[in-house]
Design a protein. Structure first.
Lengths: 258, 259
């Protein structure tokens, strides 16, 4: 049984002028437990809306989302969405440890076990020694590491990520991609990832769904079978990597939203 | 706010010089001493009055009324502000009333309070509450509304219930605004306590200042003013100290943004 199923999901907005904009056309897809799957599409194609709907933070106009056999009507308990804007999603008044503990505290986990788990995750994302720092004392890359640690400490079955590395510099981005892959392999989480960076999607994923511009629909599914663990140099140097990249680029390059 | 850490020598020195100028000027012009008694005389009068007892009592009465009114206003306004900031429907229901009542100078409510409550403690406390509620209320509402939606969505994705979102995200997120409101409210509460005591009262520093003025006892009058000033200054310092503790995470952030 797939851990996440999306059935005929669509979302439209009523605009100020009374016109209706269709953000998501009609999306049906399934994610198996333990998979790393990415949506890749042009900017403005409604990717965030799609992820918010799957996360139960936005009600879809039609269709349904099923997580672990249960239909979603609000945020499901075993799924967490990680936002692109780490500077907005971290709690400024909580230390790194406090932020990572956040989900556990809210769930009412025992204080000692929450502390142990949070510290373990902080170490896993490479922030040992920064437990008492506040978010503003950290670089952007470190802040997003905190957000990743916070999401994973919660031990969700499904982790949704909305262009999590979109506002980081190129080198930090590569570093975090590898951190994420390492954690994913170690913790066996299912990850549904959104990006407009085609190469990032290829590098990270088992499967890629290529989205069209608005109203977004899945126009192609690609299986990415590069061996794991992947490597920023050798995997990207593979001739098929470029082929895949060009293939996807041709599909969405001409269809990007105005 | 940097005054919390470093002592401003030059500022205090110039203030001392100002006092010295007053002292010398007053001594040089005996005719004006009824209006401007020398500082040394004011200090002496203040010392004597404090020894004698009643002034200390007036001080205590004013401080008590201040705390009663200010704390009551704080609890009321923060609670109401959080509720109004969070529940849009209630806010639009009350928004017009708030916007119409708020700009009215609060001292105008004193006659109403006298009419309803007579001239006693409860009148003075009520007036203080009324006046200091507004800045706290407005700032709290503002703060609640300025909490980034991404933070709230983060709370929701971690499965927080609505009350949990309120306590763990909205209240701490709005805290900087709430604190600003509380700081403004503090000054206003002091103004209103003193004013109300001047208008109707037989106790308190406001009453004392006006009473001594009527008795042409200007050294004592200034002594009372000095006490009110000291009260305001100390309460403000106390507030800043508490604020620095409560919003410790924010002070470093602000310092860095200023640098």
């Amino acid at each position: 049984m797939p851990i996440l199923e999306v059935h005929a999901l669509s979302k439209s907005y009523r605009q100020a002028g009374g016109e209706t904009t269709v953000a998501i056309g009609n999306i049906t897809c399934q994610v198996e437990a333990g998979e790393f799957v990415s949506f890749v599409g042009p900017s403005g194609c409604g990717k965030t809306t799609l992820l918010m709907s799957i996360a139960g933070l936005l009600a879809p106009s039609a269709g349904r989302v099923v997580v672990n056999g249960k239909e979603v009507s609000g945020p499901p308990p075993n799924l967490v969405l990680l936002f692109q804007e780490y500077n907005k999603s971290l709690f400024a008044w909580r230390s790194v440890l406090g932020n990572v503990r956040f989900g556990l505290d809210a769930r009412g986990a025992g204080s000692a076990s929450a502390d142990t788990k949070a510290r373990a995750l902080i170490e896993l994302v490479g922030l040992k020694g920064f437990e008492k720092h506040y978010p503003w004392e950290l670089s952007g890359g470190m802040q997003q590491r905190v957000a990743i640690a916070r999401a994973l400490a919660y031990e969700p079955q499904v982790l949704l990520m909305d262009e999590p590395f979109g506002s980081l510099d190129a080198l930090t981005r590569l570093e975090l991609e590898d951190t994420l892959l390492r954690l994913w392999a170690e913790l066996k989480t299912t990850i549904l990832f959104i990006t407009h960076d085609i190469e990032e999607a290829i590098y990270l994923s088992d499967r890629i769904w290529v989205l069209s511009g608005r109203p977004s629909e899945i126009i192609q599914e690609l299986i990415i079978d590069f061996s794991r663990p992947r490597d920023q140099v050798t995997t990207r140097a593979d001739a098929r990597f470029m082929e895949l990249r060009n293939d996807i680029y041709r599909q969405i390059g001409g269809k990007s939203a105005p | 706010m940097n005054g919390l850490k470093s002592f401003n020598w030059s500022g205090w020195l110039s203030f001392g010089l100002l006092l010295l100028l007053w002292e010398l000027g007053a001594r040089a012009t005996p005719k004006l001493q009824l209006y401007f008694p020398p500082v040394s005389q004011i200090v002496a009068a203040l010392g004597q009055a404090l020894m004698a007892g009643p002034v200390a009592q007036h001080f205590g009465v004013t401080l008590g009324r201040f705390f009663e009114g200010y704390l009551l206003a704080s609890v009321l306004a923060v609670t109401l502000g959080v509720v109004l900031g969070y529940i849009r429907f209630l806010h639009s229901l009350l928004e017009t009333s708030i916007e119409l009542l708020r700009p009215m100078p609060s001292v105008a409510i004193i006659p109403v309070a006298i009419l309803l409550l007579g001239i006693g403690d409860s009148m003075i406390v009520a007036v203080t509450v009324y006046a200091s509620v507004w800045p706290i209320l407005i700032n709290t509402i503002d703060g609640v509304r300025h909490v980034d939606p991404t933070l709230i969505d983060t709370g929701r994705t971690f499965g927080l219930t609505r009350p949990q979102i309120l306590w763990r995200i909205i209240v701490p997120g709005a805290a900087p605004y709430i604190v600003t409101g509380l700081r403004i409210g503090l000054s206003i509460a002091l103004i209103l306590v003193t004013t109300a005591e001047m208008v109707a009262g037989s106790k308190g520093l406001g009453y004392f200042i006006l009473d001594e003025e009527r008795a042409m006892n200007s050294a004592n009058m200034y002594g009372g003013i000095v006490l009110v000033a000291l009260m305001g200054y100390s309460l403000n310092r106390l507030f800043l100290l508490l604020e620095a503790r409560a919003l410790r995470w924010r002070h470093g952030m602000m310092a860095r943004q200023e640098a």
